[in-house]
Design a protein around this ligand. Structure first.
Ligand SMILES: NC(=O)c1ccc[n+]([C@@H]2O[C@H](COP(=O)([O-])OP(=O)(O)OC[C@H]3O[C@@H](n4cnc5c(N)ncnc54)[C@H](O)[C@@H]3O)[C@@H](O)[C@H]2O)c1
Length: 255
């Protein structure tokens, strides 16, 4: 084993959904900086293009792709485009996600469905389509973005927490099914990071203070702090790691 290259992911082909979002863009910049080639897929094509413009500053290749992860046909078209450009997919970052925060009694059936469909069904459609490619390749890494809310509860988060809990379970089943074929499936569980998804919620001083008292490090995460774990899970350093969720949460789950 070449220990110098344990975390070397230069040249790897990484497909990220939700790559035009706040955390997605930060992740893409970090991965580009260490030499990965990246397909940035997002429902918002303009934001995917913007992320690609940033990535190209690192001298690496990037492909912006429009996708709606809730639509299996759109997901298949995304995979075809990535294969046409790069010929293989080494890592799938299943990262697109949404949230609607409300008291449980106030959700409409449509709102419940919407969050579950993007966050859980979307992850499944992408994992299935890319999984087929990786099973043929005999290698691949899938990293699903869950949340600390997969493990703990919080008011106003009934559907989001349910979707993220589902991701942790889906990760385990896919990991077991695909382990014999060289495909590792893991998840990351971020705590609170200030992004478009959370900015309004975290701007309420009462919410901020309540959340911060429950984080041993007494601060929210910076998007760049996700990258080390993603590089680990994408690299030779984690060949024997599958089915797990790694929480990146300033110690939130310790309480
Ligand atoms: N921000 C946090 O504190 C936090 C904490 C835990 C987990 N997460 C997770 O991280 C991921 C990204 O969150 P973020 O804070 O960067 O949010 P964000 O809103 O900035 O980014 C989400 C991205 O997903 C895209 N997207 C939404 N629906 C889509 C669909 N149907 N098809 C394709 N793309 C779609 C959006 O266009 C957007 O670019 C989400 O899965 C979220 O649940 C975030």
């Amino acid at each position: 084993m070449d220990y110098q290259k344990l975390f070397d992911i230069s040249g790897k082909i990484i497909l990220i959904t939700g790559g035009g979002g706040t955390l997605g863009t930060a992740i893409c910049k970090g991965l580009a900086a260490v030499g990965a080639k990246i397909a940035v897929a997002d429902q918002n094509l303009e934001s995917a293009h913007k992320t690609c413009d940033l990535i190209r500053e690192y001298g690496t290749e990037c492909l912006p792709v429009q996708v709606d992860v809730t639509d299996p046909e759109s997901v298949k078209a995304m995979v075809d485009q990535v294969l046409e450009k790069f010929g293989r997919i080494d890592v799938l970052l299943n990262h697109a996600g949404i949230n609607i925060r409300k008291p449980a009694v106030e959700y409409t059936p449509e709102e419940w469905e919407k969050v579950l469909t993007v966050n859980l069904s979307g992850i499944f459609h992408c994992a299935q389509a890319v999984g087929k490619v990786m099973l043929k390749q005999g290698s691949g890494r899938i990293i699903n973005t869950a949340s600390t809310l997969a493990s703990i509860s919080q008011p106003l988060q009934a559907v989001y927490a349910s979707s993220k809990g589902g991701i942790v379970q889906l990760t385990k089943v896919l990991a077991e099914e695909w382990a014999p074929y060289g495909v590792n499936v893991n998840a990351i569980g971020p705590g609170y990071f200030e992004t478009d998804l959370t900015r309004k919620y975290l701007s309420d001083p009462a919410v901020r203070d309540t959340l911060l008292t429950k984080i041993p490090m007494k601060r929210f995460g910076q998007p760049e702090e996700l990258i080390g774990t993603i590089i680990f899970l994408s690299s030779e350093a984690s060949t024997y790691v599958t089915g797990h969720t790694i929480y990146i949460d300033g110690g939130r789950l310790l309480y």
